[in-house]
Write a protein that binds this ligand. Structure first.
Ligand SMILES: [Zn+2]
Length: 247
């Protein structure tokens, strides 16, 4: 299996990194994890064929994790895609993305392929193509709870994903509220961990990292102030980087 980093930036745009998007493939099927701003162009820069994407899983509705979605759909429409595309995301974000596509003239009868929307639920397993994913709610957005009465459309749902493919188990943290959010996912052996490295202090991070044994630990979502910082036993993501993962 191969993991290619499409976008490794944090929520603060920088020149050499696009926003969160990660391409997982086993030579046959492709799953895209998140689809942050700039994803369509970053896929082209990585020399990958977007027509190969079979499914997209979106962790939450911060724009650095979903805002590339309408343009990716437009790119697939222009490329004359026919194959259906599966989208795994929370029910509220489905409503929002459908509205966004409607306003972007990407109408269902116009785009030329079906979008198979799958509302995700906490701890439920979804099997498709060569993959299985299990979304796990994390605490990333819970700090907004008190604002919800003013902004009732917001979702507050943010997921980390457990991903299985060809006997390989991995974890994509996506944005998390605390490192402890994914402790339970790492209690079982994981061949890879793609960790979005924000929202905790470096000291806490280094200590936590030392206590985990994951075969391939990849740190991504790099904020400008942590640029150039190395971590022992971890790979620091760069856009376009590919990592082979074996069972
Ligand atoms: Zn976020």
């Amino acid at each position: 299996m191969k993991l290619t980093i499409i976008g490794s930036a944090s929520g603060m745009p920088v020149g050499k990194r696009s926003c969160s998007a990660y391409w997982l493939e086993n030579g046959k099927d492709v799953l895209l994890l998140d689809c942050g701003d700039g994803t369509a162009s970053a896929i082209v820069r990585a020399n990958l064929d977007p027509m190969r994407i079979g499914a997209i899983a979106i962790s939450h509705s911060h724009s650095d994790h979903y805002a590339g979605f309408p343009l990716l759909i437009q790119m697939l429409h222009i490329s004359k895609r026919k194959k259906p595309l599966k989208i795994f995301v929370s029910q509220r974000i489905i409503r929002f993305l459908k509205y966004t596509l409607e306003m972007s003239y990407m109408w269902s009868e116009r785009i030329g392929f079906d979008l198979l929307w799958q509302p995700i639920k906490n701890n439920e397993r979804y099997d498709f193509d060569s993959f299985s994913i299990i979304p796990h709610e994390n605490s990333h957005l819970l700090g907004y709870k008190e604002d919800l009465f003013r902004h009732p459309l917001c979702d507050l749902k943010s997921y980390s994903f457990e991903v299985m493919c060809d006997g390989i188990r991995g974890v994509y943290s996506a944005d998390i509220g605390a490192l402890s959010d994914i402790d339970v996912l790492l209690a079982k052996k994981a061949q890879w961990l793609l960790l979005e490295g924000m929202h905790f202090s470096l000291e806490e991070f280094e200590k936590w990292l030392a206590s985990k044994s994951v075969e391939k630990m990849i740190i991504t979502h790099i904020p400008p102030e942590r640029e150039g910082k190395d971590f022992k036993n971890a790979i620091i993501a760069e856009d376009g980087m590919s990592i082979d993962i074996f069972p």
